[in-house]
Design a protein around this ligand. Structure first.
Ligand code: GLA
Length: 386
């Protein structure tokens, strides 16, 4: 059963004998715009109703402790000596936040914190961004630091880069903080300007099919993709000296310089430049209510992620290929960093059960893994509870 706010509060009181303030921090989906954020492109994420909830209180005892309810682990922090840890893995996301705040001159008062939630891990729903963003939001509130949303987002991303070792873009943290109920965010990752687009799916809905695999190369391959994009920019800038990153170039220019690139770099650049264009026209489809065209673009994104960006895997390709055979599937694609996690699909609500049953059957037959299917609603970004 999911952890309730009341039970989190009770457990916190029983453990620390303090009355906490509660916060919630959501995971995210992304409709379209994958691996574009760190190339200064566009993304279209939304915060969801799967979240991590935090209980936090300052403590007079002078010691700081954090308890993970899901993992049933407690760790202590010496606020005068913060450093990366070998384990538990989840602790690093939080240590990075603490380290960065201290580096930026904030004095964190000793505190106690418990947290738990229902964001499946490794599913590509950004449980790590939810953890970072909820934690910094809570620390900001109980210490009265007055840090604004933009800085919180960047401190959370810093923690992921320096303490978790993933050179992620800004999408996940941005969505977790800035999400708005029933809306997707169209975010320009270069300027951080963003627009909320109401998500009106009419007779359709979003489902997530979790492949339940997470291939171990995920984070190292992520960093490699980022380097390949940077290499692409170095090559292109010999011909286009004014460019800063792949946002500044068209797929056409990439194609016309194909012979200058190593094959892998060419494919990465082509995918990213195409995807940046695709997101912008997909936003117009969505605003016009043209789900059919939008859905086609999701499928094109998947093809690009699989063949050009090479971050898919046989399990995700299988799910997408099977789903798109069904005429009631409007669009489907792998979501997030890749190498496992979820497929996001827009499906006709009337056929949802049939599609889910079909996926359970086909995927289990093929991979001997029973997939999970999640229904999600679009929620507000991080907030204080009550
Ligand atoms: C992960 C990263 C994001 C983004 C996606 C791919 O979720 O954290 O910044 O790059 O992968 O779109």
């Amino acid at each position: 059963m999911d952890l309730t706010y009341a039970s989190l509060e009770e457990q916190f009181y029983a453990r620390f004998n303090l009355t906490p303030v509660l916060f919630r921090s959501p995971g995210r989906i992304n409709l379209i715009g994958e691996h574009t954020d760190y190339n200064d492109g566009f993304v279209m994420p939304a915060a969801i109703d799967k979240e991590i909830i935090f209980a936090m209180a300052l403590s007079d005892e002078g010691t700081t402790a954090i308890h993970s309810i899901n993992m049933n682990e407690t760790v202590n922090i010496d606020l005068d000596r913060v450093a990366k840890t070998e384990s538990p893995g989840w602790f690093n996301y939080l240590l990075g936040i603490v380290a960065r705040l201290i580096e930026n001159g904030y004095t964190i008062k000793p505190f106690k914190c418990s947290f738990g939630g229902n964001i499946p891990q490794g599913a590509g729903l950004s449980s790590s961004a939810a953890l970072e963003c909820g934690f910094i939001y809570g620390l900001n509130a109980v210490n009265g630091f007055g840090i604004d949303a933009n800085d919180m987002i960047h401190i959370a991303q810093w923690s992921e880069h320096h303490y978790a070792g993933v050179k992620c873009g800004i999408m996940d943290q941005f969505a977790s903080v800035m999400g708005r109920k029933d809306h997707v965010l169209l975010l320009d990752c270069r300027t951080f300007s963003h627009r909320y687009i109401p998500l009106q799916l009419g007779a359709c809905e979003i489902i997530l099919v979790d492949s339940k695999v997470k291939h171990s190369l995920a984070s190292s391959a992520y960093n490699t993709r980022r380097e390949e994009c940077e290499e692409g920019v170095r090559i292109l800038s010999k011909h286009f000296p004014a460019i800063h990153n792949l946002r500044d170039i068209t797929p056409r220019s990439v194609r016309s310089h194909q012979s200058h690139f190593p094959d892998n770099v060419y494919k990465r650049c082509l995918y990213v430049t195409e995807e940046i264009e695709r997101v912008q026209s997909a936003a117009q489809d969505l605003e016009r209510g043209d789900l059919k065209t939008f859905g086609k673009k999701m499928i094109e994104t998947h093809r690009g992620l699989s063949a050009l960006y090479e971050v898919s895997c046989p399990e995700l390709d299988f799910l997408v290929n099977q789903m798109v055979l069904n005429p009631n599937v409007i669009g489907a694609r792998m979501m997030g960093g890749g190498f496992g996690g979820c497929v996001i699909a827009i499906v006709r609500s009337s056929a949802r059960n049939e599609i889910e049953d079909e996926m359970y059957r086909k995927y289990s037959d093929r991979f001997s893994i029973v997939p999970d299917v999640y229904e999600v609603a679009i929620a507000d970004g991080v907030s204080k509870i009550g």
